[in-house]
Design a protein around this ligand. Structure first.
Ligand code: ADP
Ligand code: MG
Length: 657
């Protein structure tokens, strides 16, 4: 008996096994089924796209192992339907899947994207459906139109196939089957009311609308009437109208889009190709298509998406932006080899004529040809962005771009010294005169600099409110000098690397001795010197009270309304950067700030008149502590600050009484 049983197993007759979906998958399926109905056509593009990916993988693996082809070398995708059974089948002779792969890829496994997808749903059906592709959950869109789905697949080189069936209700079954042809067939058992997809015309429409530029032939049976008339018109040897062999024909255009001349392509073609290859349901913002000749020959077609992916800032995420092809054979989609990290949102295709076809990932690690392609493509993307930024008709698009990707682009100032100035020119900053997004360019800033101003001033802070209200801005506001308000995390690194732009030094308003250059009049300078002279004694007394807590105590140029502020050393790091690094767990030697006081402020005048030593001391401490707070810092000993403050308030109210 046991003999029989194991025979049955190897012949694929064993009982199907039942497995449960992981909880999130179940939730996702429910969502697909109930709420994405208005975009039900997406299943066609998703399944064709998976078939095309599987054919790409076969070609890639087949370069080193041509037995995978199993004497069935012509890549194909086919679509078939059965009116009576109510099914549509999408098949491919791509790489296929093993049993484990099926379970891992369309079964129980938690996909990083699944939960993120669920979290980012807005409730707006149309928008939500557009998200599916981005999150790598496209296969599940089958359930929008199907009450159950069968997948039969066999990996190239394997002897047995696998059948997977699910009704999307939380479980699936899996069993071995005989599957003579390599690859995958997905059969949709359509729900009642979805018979529209049992029409050849309808399916052809889906192919030409959504998948026209898939690089492999998508085959469908010729329609009956055509077949009949073809046979009529043809020769004597046609059989009488009984059993006809179906005639298959290619229904998509098929040639990889990037190999075609620009002049032959319409915007719509580019958009369709983008949505298909880059798994986006929205149109791209813009693109650039180039044939490069010379020492390196390659074609690139690079797109800027409209929206940032959910994991743009996730260091773990594998960004699959740009796909590398060699002579139209897909090699890999390892974006970092093809695009620098700060352009990781760029999508598209690069097809090289020079790299060897059997190029391995190891070779690609350090390949001069690839480096050249990468730097050439980087320049193309920067050029594309530059022209978008300059074109007034594209202002809205550029704003969209900047709001979605600006923070990432700024990383380029740190990473890519070769293109630093170009990248800086692309940046937009909010300023004291332009608080709304996306802000202004450095060129615009320079154009409208104040009379006598020779530097680009900035302030860094955690939030806009903190930046805007910083006491350091007082003199700049008074003199009508614009200041960049830098509140992105990356900004501290940006200003550390971008020390000048177009010959203008970038200068922190919170560091060093303030030099407004010609923007300060002779009179003002004299006035300042006089104040300095008069306050020497006061500064010394405050310094004595504060001791090690401060470096130098000096008279400020910066303040008009506040009594005091802290200033970092010219060469030191700003208090803001120090805080960021501390939060990130870096051990920091404490930097001692300078305290600048405003001798014309009534509080400071009062302090100057103070004779008692201990009042002097507590007054000085308060002055220092409120300056720390005003620039978003934290006090070492907040309780003592509060008690000092309370004593002071009491003294004031007694005085008033
Ligand atoms: P994505 O394509 O973004 O990875 P999908 O949900 O569309 O997400 O597909 C999940 C996975 O299932 C694919 O990554 C692939 O590994 C596998 N798969 C789906 N369809 C096929 C197919 N026709 N041939 C081989 N593998 C497939
Ligand atoms: Mg897919």
């Amino acid at each position: 008996m046991s003999q029989t049983k194991s025979d049955a197993n190897s012949a694929g007759q064993a009982e199907p096994e039942t497995h449960g979906f992981q909880a999130e998958v179940k939730q996702l399926l429910q969502l697909m089924i109930h709420s994405m109905y208005s975009n039900k056509e997406v299943f066609a593009r998703e399944l064709i796209s998976n078939a095309s990916d599987a054919l790409d993988t076969l070609r890639f693996e087949g370069v080193k192992n041509d037995t995978l082809y199993e004497n069935d070398p012509n890549p194909q995708i086919w679509i078939d339907f059965d009116k009576e059974a109510g099914t549509v089948t999408i098949g491919d002779n791509g790489i296929g899947m093993t049993r484990d792969e099926v379970m891992e890829r369309i079964g129980t496994i938690a996909k990083s994207g699944t939960q993120a997808f669920l979290n980012s749903l807005s409730g707006d059906e149309k928008k939500d459906a557009q998200l599916i592709g981005q999150f790598g959950v496209g296969f599940y869109s089958s359930f929008i139109v199907s009450d159950h789905v069968t997948v039969e697949t066999r990996r190239g080189g394997e002897s047995t196939g696998v059948r997977w069936i699910s009704d999307g209700g939380g479980e699936y079954t899996i069993e071995e089957v005989a599957k003579p042809r390599r690859g995958t067939e997905v059969t949709l058992h359509l729900r009642e009311g979805e018979t529209e997809f049992l029409e050849s015309q309808r399916l052809r429409y889906l192919v030409t609308t959504y998948s026209d530029h898939v690089a492999f032939p998508i085959m469908m049976e010729q329609e009956q009437s055509e077949q009949a008339s073809d046979d009529d018109s043809e020769s004597e040897d046609s059989e009488p109208q009984t059993e006809q062999e179906p005639v298959w024909e290619q229904v998509n255009r098929g040639a990889p889009l990037w190999t075609q001349a620009k002049s032959e392509l319409a915007d719509e073609d580019y958009k369709e190709f983008y949505k298909h290859t880059c798994h986006d349901f929205e149109d791209p913002l813009t693109w650039t298509h180039n044939k490069v000749e010379g020492s390196q020959e390659y074609t690139s077609l690079l797109y800027i998406p409209k929206r940032a992916p959910f994991d743009l800032f996730d260091p773990q995420s594998k960004q699959h932006g740009v796909k590398l092809y060699v002579q139209r054979v897909f090699i890999m989609d390892d974006a970092e080899k093809l695009m620098p990290r700060y352009l990781r949102f760029v999508k598209g295709v690069i097809d090289s004529n020079d790299l060897p076809l059997n190029v391995s990932r190891e070779i690609l690690q350090s390949n001069r040809a690839l480096d050249k392609i990468r730097s050439g493509s980087t320049k193309k993307v920067l050029g594309l962005l530059e022209s978008m930024a300059k074109d007034e008709d594209e202002a809205d698009n550029y704003a969209t771009f900047w709001n979605e990707f600006g923070q990432v682009v700024k990383e380029g100032i740190v990473e890519d010294s070769e293109n630093r100035d170009k990248i800086a020119g692309l940046c937009r900053f909010r300023t004291t005169k332009e608080e709304s997004d996306p802000g202004v360019s450095l060129d615009t800033y320079i154009e409208r600099m104040a009379e006598g101003q020779d530097k680009i001033y900035y302030i860094t802070a955690d939030t806009m409110a903190e930046a805007k209200h910083s006491p350091h801005l007082e003199i700049f506001n008074k003199k009508d000098i614009e200041v960049l308000l830098l509140t992105d995390r990356v900004d501290e690194w940006v200003v550390a690397h971008l020390t000048e732009y177009e010959g203008k030094e970038l200068s922190s308003v919170a560091k060093g001795a303030l030099d407004l250059g010609e923007a300060e009049t002779e009179e003002e300078k004299k006035e300042h010197e006089k104040l300095e002279e008069e306050s020497k004694d006061l500064c010394e007394r405050i310094k004595n009270s504060l001791g090690e807590r401060v470096n130098e105590v000096r008279v400020t140029h910066r303040l008009t309304d506040s009594p005091a502020c802290l200033v970092a050393d010219e060469s030191g790091m700003s208090a803001h950067l120090e805080r960021i690094l501390k939060e990130a767990g870096q051990a920091m030697p404490n930097q001692t700030p300078h305290l600048e006081i405003n001798p014309t402020h009534p509080l400071v005048e009062k302090l100057a008149a103070e004779q008692a030593e201990d009042s002097m001391e507590s007054f000085s401490q308060l002055l220092f502590e409120q300056a720390v707070l005003a620039e978003g810092g934290e006090l070492d000993d907040p309780a003592t600050f509060v008690s000092r403050m309370n004593q002071m308030l009491l003294a004031v109210s007694k005085g008033a009484a």
